[in-house]
Design a protein around this ligand. Structure first.
Ligand SMILES: [Fe+2]
Length: 263
């Protein structure tokens, strides 16, 4: 793959998004949210790729995967009016369908195309797949980290802005002052929060806190620490004994990764 071809993909992507333009400001805001997210995940992927010194070709594959990882989101929102996969379709799967239909990657080698598809299909799964080779696993891990880092940016901006409620950003969950104790228990045991146990916006925040257990690269922990995302999420959670316990546990975990969080 060449740098020139990456630019072709990039301009296809920008043109594709323009087709979803709407005069409805709420709709348009969500399209722009995902466009900006895609661009930033590309940038994060580039940063993480450099931190592990990928070959020039693999660096371009990973940047392509970053830019296109959520390409299914636009069609998903247009068709179903939601970003909830549970209420619509798997957006990773839909994204690969869009790429195949539009033949965006036709110039790439077959193996390179498969690498991008596999990465996109696994970016939003709860666990890493067990049946991929080392190279593909590195790509998948990298995009999963790049994605989480930008979701943390988006949600912390949202939680700290106290602006208008955006139901799509909070998965239509009610902003009630409760947390589900099962989620606290999972985090204290070093486990991720289960999507099925999300009942309030606070539960969703706990799920995002738990992503620290699912990061794969030193550079990802470094960025997380630099940006202070965990501190911001904790400051928007209720000040209860359970939340304090989780904060301590997470702080300890971050220390073991070589960074001391300010949470
Ligand atoms: Fe995604």
């Amino acid at each position: 793959m060449t740098k020139e071809y990456f630019y072709t993909i990039q301009s296809w992507f920008e043109g594709y998004i323009k087709k979803f333009h709407s005069d409805d400001p709420a709709f348009q805001r969500n399209i722009e949210l995902k466009r900006n997210h895609s661009r930033r995940v590309w940038k994060n992927a580039a940063d993480l790729g450099k931190s592990i010194s990928l070959s020039e070709n693999d660096q371009l594959i990973i940047e392509t995967s970053g830019l296109l990882h959520d390409v299914g989101r636009f069609e998903q929102f247009k068709r179903y009016g939601t970003f909830s996969d549970n209420k619509s379709v798997n957006h990773g799967w839909l994204g690969v369908e869009v790429i195949k239909k539009k033949e965006i990657l036709r110039v790439l080698e077959k193996e390179e195309r498969e690498d991008v598809y596999t990465t996109i299909l696994n970016h939003n799964k709860k666990k890493l797949p067990g049946d991929k080779n080392e190279r593909q696993l590195t790509f998948i891990k990298l995009i999963r980290d790049a994605d989480k880092l930008d979701i943390w940016r988006m949600v912390t901006d949202y939680y700290c802005s106290h602006g208008e409620t955006n139901n799509t950003l909070q998965l239509d969950l009610p902003d009630e002052p409760y947390v589900t104790l099962k989620n606290i228990d999972d985090l204290l045991k070093g486990r991720l929060v289960d999507l099925r146990n999300l009942h309030t916006l606070n539960d969703f925040k706990l799920l995002q806190v738990g992503w620290v257990y699912d990061l794969n690269f030193e550079r990802s922990y470094e960025i997380l620490e630099e940006k202070g995302y965990l501190t911001k999420i904790f400051s928007s959670l209720p000040d209860t004994e359970e939340v304090k316990q989780v904060r301590e546990k997470i702080m300890e975990y971050m220390k073991k990764q070589g960074t001391g969080t300010r949470a």
